[in-house]
Design a binder for this molecule. Structure first.
Ligand SMILES: C[S@@+](CC[C@H](N)C(=O)[O-])C[C@H]1O[C@@H](n2cnc3c(N)ncnc32)[C@H](O)[C@@H]1O
Length: 387
């Protein structure tokens, strides 16, 4: 059985996420092949539909997952109960003539009519049905979504097994009770990807710059136990409130989490003791990147900002040294700032000793970045491991 995964907007990050999650399920990352800019194909005897769905539902970087349909006639022979609801989507790199949808949908409808089965179809406005169209019409339960997967040389059909629950990501993004628009918040999908980049299926994650708690929120949903801290007591309260909201809204249950105030540059003995007594498996965080920037920064400003970032990062590393020598993962966002003479960032090797391995290149050929259009700050994601 061959499966397809439709990538989200940040291809390098999504690829790294899937490779790492596969490894945590003992599935070789070599089973992942690029089919097109939007589609990865997976051929692995270790996968089945249920496992594929389970894995997909953890991910932040993917839009759809499904099975490749090798024989369309045999696929259509499947028995359905009641009226069949089906839809069509095109996932390819070139322009698609949407009239082709109409003729294919009519052929399929006729096929069902000839078999005495009534059917109804839903077509996309442009190329792809959105998650709401697929979910609200119970397409995957009462029928199917057939995807036309295309690259420059070939075309395949795919049957969707799951589609990303975009409503729940948006709910957490926009409806959580505490927000900090000034400091900025990560998109929940990126926070989700970062948690997955740890390669852990369970364990304790610490976010030492929790802000309003986007990373702790996604981490608790994925089933990790969480420590969240911040210099600012208001941020600590905001994270608390947002996690309680998750619980009240059915996103989480039975999760251990603790929030506390901590200036990472001045840890007290009491905090170090607490951290020492918790077996932290990974630290996942977005560093403080200075005040929001709306126009290009000067080289000197960039140097000052980067030096502040460096001090914070070195403080985290120092605390991790102090609290124990065991294996630990670090998933960190380090900023680049846009200046008139180009982007400026930190040299990672000047900060981390050789005990820390940078794993980015093992999982993605591209740099792992997340950036809003026209933004002055680019977020670079690093996957590190202290062995
Ligand atoms: C970019 S924000 C994190 C936002 C968070 N990822 C979110 O999505 O809500 C950085 C956070 O670092 C905190 N911070 C700044 N300096 C700190 C320090 N010395 N120790 C700990 N936290 C600090 C700020 O209060 C801020 O909440």
């Amino acid at each position: 059985m061959q499966y397809f995964f439709q990538l989200g907007n940040f291809k390098g990050l999504s690829q790294a996420e899937l490779s790492i999650v596969f490894e945590s399920y003992n599935i070789s990352k070599d089973s992942i092949k690029n089919f097109s800019e939007k589609i990865l194909l997976i051929d692995s005897k270790d996968l089945n539909d249920n496992l594929v769905k389970r894995i997909f539902n953890r991910l932040g970087g993917y839009i759809r997952v499904g099975r490749v349909v090798n024989d369309l006639e045999r696929f259509l022979e499947k028995e359905y109960e009641g009226k069949v609801v089906f839809g069509l989507s095109y996932i390819g790199d070139s322009k698609f003539d949407i009239n082709k949808f109409n003729s294919l949908a009519k052929q399929l409808k006729k096929y069902f009519r000839d078999k005495g089965v009534s059917s109804r179809f839903i077509l996309p406005k442009k190329t792809e049905l959105n998650a709401a169209q697929v979910r609200k019409n119970l397409m995957l339960e009462k029928g199917f979504e057939l995807c036309i997967l295309e690259n420059q040389d070939s075309q395949l059909y795919g049957e969707t097994l799951e589609i990303q629950d975009i409503d729940s990501f948006s709910d957490r993004d926009y409806n959580k009770p505490s927000v900090d628009t000034e400091m900025g918040m990560l998109p929940p999908k990126l926070a989700r990807i970062m948690c997955n980049l740890t390669g852990l299926q369970s364990g304790v994650i610490w976010d030492p710059f929790c802000g309003s708690g986007t990373i702790p929120m996604e981490a608790t949903i994925l089933g990790y136990n969480v420590l969240a801290s911040d210099l600012n007591i208001e941020a600590v309260k905001a994270t608390d409130k947002n996690i309680v909201w998750l619980s009240n809204n059915g996103y989480i249950s039975d999760i251990l989490y603790e929030t506390f105030q901590l200036d990472i540059t001045k840890p007290t003995g009491e905090v170090l003791k607490k951290l020492k007594h918790t077996q932290i498996d990974a630290v996942v965080f977005e560093l403080y990147m200075g005040p929001p920037q709306t126009k290009l920064v000067t080289e000197t400003q960039a140097d000052t900002l980067l030096n502040d970032v460096k001090v914070l990062l070195e403080s985290v590393i120092k605390i991790l040294e102090e609290i124990g020598k065991r294996k630990i993962k670090m998933i960190v966002i380090i900023p680049s700032y846009k200046t008139e003479s180009g982007w400026k960032t930190l040299r990672i090797r000047e900060i981390f000793s050789k005990r820390w391995y940078v794993l980015n290149k093992e999982y993605s050929k591209e740099d792992l970045k997340w950036k809003r259009n026209n933004s002055i700050i680019c977020r670079n994601i690093f996957i590190l491991e202290r062995k």
